[in-house]
Design a protein around this ligand. Structure first.
Ligand SMILES: Cc1ncc(C[n+]2csc(CCOP(=O)(O)OP(=O)(O)O)c2C)c(N)n1
Ligand SMILES: [Mg+2]
Length: 353
């Protein structure tokens, strides 16, 4: 994965391979995946611009991670649970959380499901089992394991998926979560999006292992490393581990190798630490361009389709932003909602604001 020429690495499949690997609906699945990936990319581009204009407070783009997020959204079922890190809001959208509602969250308005109490890019979407993230790296791993345990105790169906980055594999919760999941044989999938950086720390200084996936063997199960910029490989990996988890296989770890194609967040300047050829290497593995090129080559996407996807994404993002900017902030009195089991009366000086 270190091609420095910047020329695109094509997806190496025939349509027959793709039907065999991801099933008879492959054409519709990949076109739908493409549409969602374009939406994710459009949203990232627009929101990073708005952050620079001071219209949103913070943004953490997932550019380069789209294949992982979209495949997770398309492969999971309603009864599954998502414990995300910073870069997985697109999983919630693919699972049915409405884009306008997510954008209300980014602007911290009165319509934000978190009522303006969370950082932007930290969405909660309870209707699609998308649990709010903690900014504290790795804590979602043990939350996912606890939920998988609860599902087991209640004899409920569903798999818990914990998403985290390469940096999170050094956190205490990674060990505690992966260890307990193995001991109890829980229905949990650990999804490590290895984008090769933990802010400015390159993955080779994070850990001396050859692959992060091999860490699973210390906990008694297997891990796999998958090219996370190849949507076909990603869909195939999710389909397999979710099927096995539903059949009682116990936990899985998947390491998806991706490229972070933006700064860590709107508070970062990667020119201070990334090698000069990083962007060219990342572009060679751009998951959206790899899929778009493949779909066009095999005749599953034409120019009119492409323009249609781009236009729909741009209009839906534009409309959601306009709606959020026209929505007032949460009322100060809403601070007391969801905090106490018995509603408190709101102090008069706050009610007046
Ligand atoms: C416990 C903890 N330590 C440090 C930080 C500061 N921090 C925020 S993001 C980040 C890097 C995370 O890298 P990684 O897990 O690879 O995820 P990525 O952001 O690359 O997707 C760090 C160190 C934090 N939020 N929490
Ligand atoms: Mg990382």
């Amino acid at each position: 994965m270190t091609d420095a020429s910047g020329s695109l690495i094509p997806l190496p499949y025939t349509p027959t391979d793709v039907y065999r690997r991801i099933g008879p609906e492959a054409r519709e699945t990949l076109r739908s995946a493409y549409g969602w990936m374009i939406l994710g990319r459009t949203l990232d581009a627009r929101m990073q611009g708005l952050q620079r204009q001071g219209r949103v407070g913070f943004y953490g783009a997932a550019t380069g991670h789209e294949a992982v997020n979209v495949a997770a959204g398309l492969s999971t079922r309603k009864e599954d649970w998502i414990f995300p890190g910073l870069r997985e809001p697109l999983v919630a959208l693919v699972r049915g959380h409405p884009l306008p509602r997510y954008v209300q969250h980014l602007f911290a308005t009165a319509q934000d499901p978190s009522k303006g109490r969370q950082m932007p890019c930290h969405p909660s979407a309870s209707e699609v089992h998308h649990v709010s993230i903690s900014s504290v790296i790795g804590t979602q791993i043990t939350h996912a394991v606890g939920t998988a345990w609860a599902l087991r105790l209640r004899k409920a169906s569903g798999v818990a998926l914990a998403f985290f980055g390469d940096g999170a594999t050094s956190a205490n919760d990674f060990h505690a979560g992966l260890n307990f999941a193995g001991v109890a044989g829980l229905p949990v999938v650990f999804v490590c999006a290895n984008n090769q950086w933990a802010i400015s720390m390159p993955v080779e200084r994070q850990s001396a292992v050859a692959t992060l996936a091999q860490k699973a063997s210390a906990y008694g199960y297997s891990g796999v490393t998958v090219d996370g910029t190849d949507i076909v490989a990603v869909l195939e990996a999710f389909q397999r581990v979710l099927r096995e988890s539903r059949d009682g296989s116990g936990p899985h770890l998947i390491e998806f190798r991706v490229y972070r194609m933006t700064p860590h967040s709107s508070s970062d300047d990667p020119t201070r630490y990334q090698p000069v050829d990083w962007n060219a290497r990342a572009r060679a593995h751009d998951p959206v361009v790899r899929l778009e090129t493949w779909l066009s080559t095999v005749g599953w996407l034409d120019d009119a389709d492409r323009a249609g996807y781009a236009q729909r994404a741009s209009e839906s993002v534009r409309d959601a932003i306009a709606e959020a900017e026209a929505t007032p902030p949460p009322s100060p009195a809403s601070l007391f909602e969801d905090v106490f089991s018995r509603p408190l009366s709101v102090p008069a000086e706050i009610a007046r604001i």
